[in-house]
Design a protein around this ligand. Structure first.
Ligand SMILES: *[C@@H]1O[C@H](CO)[C@@H](O)[C@H](O)[C@H]1NC(C)=O
Ligand SMILES: *[C@@H]1O[C@H](CO)[C@@H](O)[C@H](O)[C@H]1NC(C)=O
Length: 123
């Protein structure tokens, strides 16, 4: 007759065996360039027609596969710039004629995107 603790041990061992034999689920290392937006950030105010440097951090996992970036407004996806060298970590844009608002966000896209903080655009 098996005691409860022996049974427990048995099932634990079985479980461990199962876990050990299941395929490794950690994703294969992937080259991801996903630049965190540094500017504009919360509190920033842009006016239509002004020129500003959008800046981002060079947070690189593994090595870089893409070096061309895209800049858009998050959610409206109005194109701001594309095909620039994302490794320069900055790109000058002209604020387009958009509706004034305080919930604009910049999306910088390498081979993965990063959305910046909300900022304001005035007419
Ligand atoms: C941005 O700042 C405003 C005040 O200026 C604040 O109410 C809001 O919560 C902030 N948002 C973020 C994402 O930090
Ligand atoms: C953007 O950055 C470049 C390089 O530092 C600088 O020459 C340019 O004047 C900046 N543009 C604006 C609008 O600040």
């Amino acid at each position: 007759m098996l005691s409860t603790s022996t049974l427990t041990l048995f099932f634990l061992a079985l479980f461990a065996l199962f876990v050990a034999s299941s395929p490794i689920v950690t994703p294969a290392p992937r080259d991801v360039f996903s630049p965190p937006v540094l500017y504009p950030r919360n509190g920033t105010i842009w006016r239509v027609g002004q020129r500003h440097n959008v800046t981002w951090g060079l947070l690189v996992k593994n090595h870089i596969m893409v070096d061309l970036g895209t800049l858009t407004f998050f959610s409206t996806e109005s194109p701001l710039a594309q095909g620039f060298n994302i490794l320069i970590a900055r790109h000058e844009v002209t604020v387009p004629k958009v509706e004034p608002g305080d919930d604009y966000q910049i999306l910088v896209f390498g081979d993965s995107g990063n959305v910046g903080e909300k900022f304001t655009i005035l007419a």
